[in-house]
Design a protein around this ligand. Structure first.
Ligand SMILES: Cc1cc2nc3c(=O)[nH]c(=O)nc-3n(C[C@H](O)[C@H](O)[C@H](O)COP(=O)(O)OP(=O)(O)OC[C@H]3O[C@@H](n4cnc5c(N)ncnc54)[C@H](O)[C@@H]3O)c2cc1C
Length: 291
């Protein structure tokens, strides 16, 4: 949205394509405490809605279509969606990332029936229930704290013996009586027929197996970049993140990438916004270089 804001404000003829609507991961984040300019923080939903409103003020055209391919043409690129083909001189890829799955038996079948990747969306369905949460990074611990508003208890299952999350989040989690921890353990299966009833666990140090009865399993074990639709068009690292230079340029002149989808140290709203601004200005310079 920041790339769209900068590009439309610079009066470039810009279309923002999004398959589901503006906001991306921010929309499913309960509270964003670290985006500058909001002394008390902001709900992810409000922050995203305000960004969209601001970009639309400069007449950014938002089109709800999924980009299914980008192809090089002699005079630019075509971006295809199931409904349309757009001809363009430059493309900024800001397709972000999606939650990683555990890839264990029962996970897929019970998604939406106890297995969730979004505490903000599904937390209220687990009022006074016991739930498990898998992960140990910032998002995992932030969402564990959020879930305690609704649930009776949340058991954090982490494959290591310490958390990766920021110290401030760790302190909050350890002080919260509703949050328990199972260390050095991974989920090997989700049990249940129509609804999840338990997770099977394995201790990675001792190989001991156990079961934890829970009504819900929230999974926050990292991200996968949304690069599949590019079919190898741009260079990516081993994890699939797009390689760019400091100006967000990919190896293909005219294609830029910004935000969580690219190789970078920190995947946050503030860095995505910074990348988006840089990508739009770099795209503008690229267009100027063509004329
Ligand atoms: C639970 C959780 C908590 C978080 N907490 C914080 C926090 O407290 N502070 C913070 O700064 N960051 C936080 N983050 C991270 C932050 O949300 C991301 O870094 C940021 O949203 C990245 O923005 P982005 O625009 O690069 O990608 P995304 O937010 O992933 O947006 C990508 C957009 O592209 C669209 N898209 C994908 N593929 C296509 C396609 N083929 N065609 C069309 N559209 C497509 C998607 O629908 C989506 O709207 C959190 C993330 C999660 C999941």
């Amino acid at each position: 949205m920041t790339a769209g804001l900068y590009a439309s404000r610079a009066k470039l003829d810009t279309i923002l394509l999004d398959s589901v609507g503006c906001g991306g991961q921010s929309v499913i984040t309960d509270w964003i405490d670290n985006y500058p300019g909001f002394p008390e923080g902001s709900s992810g939903y409000d922050l995203a809605a305000n960004m969209e409103k601001q970009a639309r003020r400069f007449n950014l055209a938002v089109v709800l279509e999924e980009a299914t391919s980008i192809e090089r043409q002699p005079d630019g690129f075509t971006v295809s969606t199931p409904a349309n083909t757009y001809h363009t001189k430059t493309v900024i890829i800001a397709a972000g990332a999606t939650h990683k799955k555990m890839d264990v038996p029962g996970e897929l079948d019970l998604t939406g029936k106890g297995v969730s990747y979004c505490a903000t969306c599904d937390g209220p369905f687990f009022r006074d229930k016991e739930v498990a949460l898998v992960g140990g990074g910032d998002s995992a611990i932030q969402e564990a704290i959020f879930l305690t508003r609704f649930v009776k208890s949340v058991t954090v299952i982490h494959r290591r013996d310490s958390l990766r999350a920021a110290k401030i989040l760790q302190d909050k989690a350890f002080a919260n009586p509703k949050i328990k921890f199972i260390w050095d353990s991974v989920v090997t299966a989700v049990r249940g027929n129509d609804q999840a009833t338990a997770v099977a666990l394995k201790n990675v140090r001792t190989d001991a197996v156990s079961e934890l009865p829970v009504s819900g399993i929230f999974v926050f074990i990292g991200l996968v970049p949304n690069t599949a639709f590019l079919s190898g068009l741009v260079a990516c690292d081993k994890q699939g993140y797009i390689v760019t230079d400091d100006a967000m340029a990919t190896a293909i002149p005219g294609i830029f990438a910004c935000g969580d989808i690219r190789v970078k140290l920190l995947r946050q709203v503030v860095t995505a916004a910074g990348d988006g601004a840089t990508a739009a200005v770099a795209a503008q310079h690229y267009l100027e270089s063509l004329s």
